[in-house]
Design a binder for this molecule. Sequence first.
Ligand code: GUN
Ligand code: ZN
Length: 436
Amino acid sequence: MTRTVLRGRVLTFLSEPQGLDDAASYRYIEDGAVTIDAGKIIAVGDYVADGDAEVIDHRPHLILPGFIDTHLHYVQSQIVASYAGSLLEWLNTYTFVEEQKFSQQGHAGAVAAAFYDELIRNGTTTAVAYCSSHPRSVDAYFGEAEKRNMLMIGGKVMMDRNAPEALCDTAQSGYDDSKMLIERWHGRARGLYAISPRFAITSTPAQLEASRALVAEHPGCYVQTHLSENADEITKSMELYPDSPDYTGIYEDYGLLGPRTLLGHSIHLNHRETAVLAETGSVAVFCPTSNLFLGSGLFDRERLTKHGVRIGVATDIGGGTSYGMLETMAEGYKVLQLRGQRLTPFNSFYMMTLGNARALSLEGTIGAISPGNAADLVVLNAAATPAMALRMATVTTLAEELFLLQTLGDDRAIAEVYVAGARAKSRLGGLAGQGA
Ligand code: GUN
Ligand code: ZN
């Protein structure tokens, strides 16, 4: 007996919801079964007794694809919730100090293990992370992912100016180290590499040129950087790159935009920049808890969508304040409320799952419960806390239940997580498995 059947209420998206009534955008099965074999989903449908399979009964909980986080910094796990007035103050006061610790033997491994525990605790089965500028931080990151059989994307931060000496590489060493790490980790187990020039302020033109070379030599890798998060950051970037038409133009000038490019924040963009992101298929990554915490600004989802820009959503730990995609979407909803924009609960759950899989061009691998995809799944309990149970007693629709999960839910609402078909949350130990 190798097959496992998860029984529960199954929800998975088929396309981006076009409003609250767009029932064609998702599949919902009241008494559903997800059949798993060798780490993959082999069937999904109504539950029927199957004597040859091990059945795990998650009723009355919801079974969804595991959450995907498209931008965070694992090396900032120990500076989450650090008091600062704005991005550049926060970077200089905490971040650039903290990331220097990753030169120490043993530090990266310990932080990586705790970081992955936290992802699993919060229902996240795939994430895209920045490591520090030290190659050993990348080894720890992918090594831990391999142990856990997780599909993880990440890379060594490249930064060769405007930061402490101990954190800086050079254009040449950043190139050499990135290349060595790509060869070591890209495509090994479930790992995928992201070429990661931190942002325009901390990369010289020579380093962006080296990044261009890496992208050309490794077209299967992702590119991740930061774009237009904060007003002072934009001013400084334009002082450093006076020949570029705008902030997006800097990355454009160095050939760094494209369908595998993830641009963290992308808040303050002019019309030209929006058009360039759309034309190149680059992804604007919405980081609501971070944008509120650092006072960076309000992401304009409607405008970007209208112009055809692809969008991802992310926690941005440690500028962000929660590892949970539920809390992230709760804050995302509030950001959009302040912009006068509506986000339906279906759209929120689409964004955390299939939407982010599409942002990573990984549809068909993760982000949906469909045969052939990896069995990376999350089981959600909408009555996990007394306050949630109280509200759940009055809930009558799936949309209301999802909205309650997003608005009141946290890691306690994550009843179980499966990574490549194996139970992950209940195996964390301690109190983590309670409620499963
Ligand atoms: N811009 C450049 N580096 C960072 C970072 O580490 N966090 C955030 N939020 N923005 C950045
Ligand atoms: Zn970031």
